[in-house]
Design a protein around this ligand. Structure first.
Ligand code: PBG
Length: 323
C-alpha cells in the first residue's frame, strides 16, 4: 500500500480546486445592516465605542441606504433613539415616533430595501428595561401588549418585517395574533429567540442609550451556559408563528446557531453584535489583525455554523470587500 491513499491536500492545491469543494458561501445578500436613527435634522454622529458606526437622522439614513443598496445590501434592521423616555416606553408605539417616520421615509425612497424594525421597549423606557416594570419586576403579559402595539405601528408605517428582541414569554404569539387582526398577515416576525444575557452588548447600549438603570437583563435573556433552553425557545417561537429565528450574539454561540438550525430546519439569523464588532475594530486599529481577512473569516464561520442571514455592523464594509 502506498502511503497515504487519501490525501485531502490534493483538493486544496489551487484556488479553483478549493472553490469547487467550498462548503459555505458569503455574499452581500446574506447580510443585514443594523442602523440607529435619531430625531433631528442633518445629524450624523459617530458612536465612540463603535468606530465606523454612526447614528443618523432620517434624511441622512435615507442617503446611507443609497450607499447600502449600491454595494448589494438588501436589508436593514432599524433601532430608534427617541427624544424622550417614560415609564411605559410610549415612544416605541407612537405613530409619529422616530422609527415609524424613518420607515416611511426609507420605504418611499427605497421601495425594494427590506426594512426590519427592532421591537423592544428598552430604548424608550426611563428605566431602560425591555418591559413594563411594576414594583421592580417586569410584567411579562402587559409588556406583550405594548410590544404588539409597537409592532403594529411599525407595520402600519410600512415595515417589511418586525423583530422582537425583548425575550418576554409568549410575545411572538401575541404579536402574530394582533398583526393578523389589524390586517398585516403578511408581515413576517424575525424572532430574537435565543438572545443571551451577554457582556458583548456594551457598545450597543451606549449607541442606543438603553443601559438598565437598576439590575440587569438576566431575568429575561438566556443564561450563557445553556443551549437546550435555546432550542426550546426557538421551537416555542416557531409554534407561536415566528418566520425566522435569531441567535445572538453570534461568534460565542456558534454551537447554538448549529443546534437551532439542525433541530428546527427553520430560517436562522445570527446577530454579530456590537461587542464582537468593536473587538475586531480595536484589534485592527492597533494593527494586530488583518481586518478584512479576520472579518470575512468571522462572517464565513457564522454561515458555516448554519446561519442563513447575518446581522452585522460590518455589513456595508464586508459587502464592499465581497464585490
Ligand atoms: C435591545 C437590544 C439589544 C441589542 C439589540 N436589541 C441590547 C440589549 O439587550 O441590551 C444588542 C445589539 C448589539 O449589541 O449589537 N433589546
Amino acid at each position: 500500500m502506498p502511503f497515504p491513499t487519501t490525501r485531502l491536500r490534493r483538493m486544496r492545491r489551487t484556488e479553483t480546486l478549493r472553490g469547487l469543494v467550498r462548503e459555505s458561501h458569503l455574499a452581500p445578500a446574506h447580510l443585514i445592516q443594523p442602523a440607529f436613527v435619531v430625531p433631528g435634522e442633518g445629524v450624523r454622529e459617530e458612536v465612540d465605542s463603535m468606530p465606523g458606526v454612526e447614528r443618523f437622522s432620517i434624511s441622512e439614513l435615507v442617503a446611507e441606504a443609497t450607499e447600502l443598496t449600491s454595494v448589494g445590501i438588501g436589508a436593514v434592521l432599524l433601532f430608534g433613539i427617541p427624544s424622550a423616555k417614560d415609564e411605559t416606553g410610549s415612544g416605541a408605539y407612537d405613530d409619529e415616533g422616530v422609527v415609524q417616520m424613518a420607515v416611511r421615509a426609507l420605504k418611499e425612497a427605497h421601495p425594494d430595501l427590506i426594512v426590519i424594525t427592532d421591537v423592544c421597549l428598552c430604548a424608550y423606557t426611563s428605566h431602560g428595561h425591555c418591559g413594563f416594570v411594576r414594583d421592580g419586576e417586569i410584567d411579562n403579559d402587559l409588556t406583550n401588549e405594548l410590544l404588539a402595539k409597537t409592532a403594529i405601528s411599525h407595520a402600519e408605517a410600512g415595515a417589511d418585517a418586525v423583530a422582537p428582541s425583548d425575550m418576554m414569554d409568549g410575545r411572538v404569539g401575541t404579536i402574530r395574533f394582533q398583526l393578523d387582526e389589524e390586517g398585516h398577515p403578511n408581515v413576517p416576525i424575525v424572532a430574537y429567540s435565543a438572545k443571551y444575557a451577554s457582556a458583548f452588548y456594551g457598545p450597543f447600549r451606549e449607541a442606543a442609550e438603553s443601559t438598565p438603570e437598576f439590575g440587569d437583563r438576566r431575568s429575561y435573556q438566556l443564561d450563557p451556559a445553556n443551549s437546550d433552553e435555546a432550542v426550546r425557545e426557538a421551537k416555542l417561537d416557531l409554534e407561536e408563528g415566528a418566520d425566522m429565528l435569531m441567535v445572538k450574539p453570534a461568534t460565542p454561540y456558534l454551537d447554538v446557531v448549529r443546534r437551532v438550525k439542525d433541530e428546527t430546519g427553520a430560517p436562522v439569523a445570527a446577530y454579530h453584535v456590537s461587542g464582537e464588532y468593536s473587538m475586531l475594530k480595536a484589534a485592527a486599529a492597533n494593527g494586530w489583525i488583518d481586518e478584512r481577512a479576520a472579518v470575512l473569516e468571522t462572517l464565513t464561520s457564522i454561515r458555516r455554523a448554519g446561519a442563513d442571514a447575518i446581522v452585522t455592523y460590518y455589513a456595508k464594509e464586508a459587502a464592499g470587500w465581497l464585490r
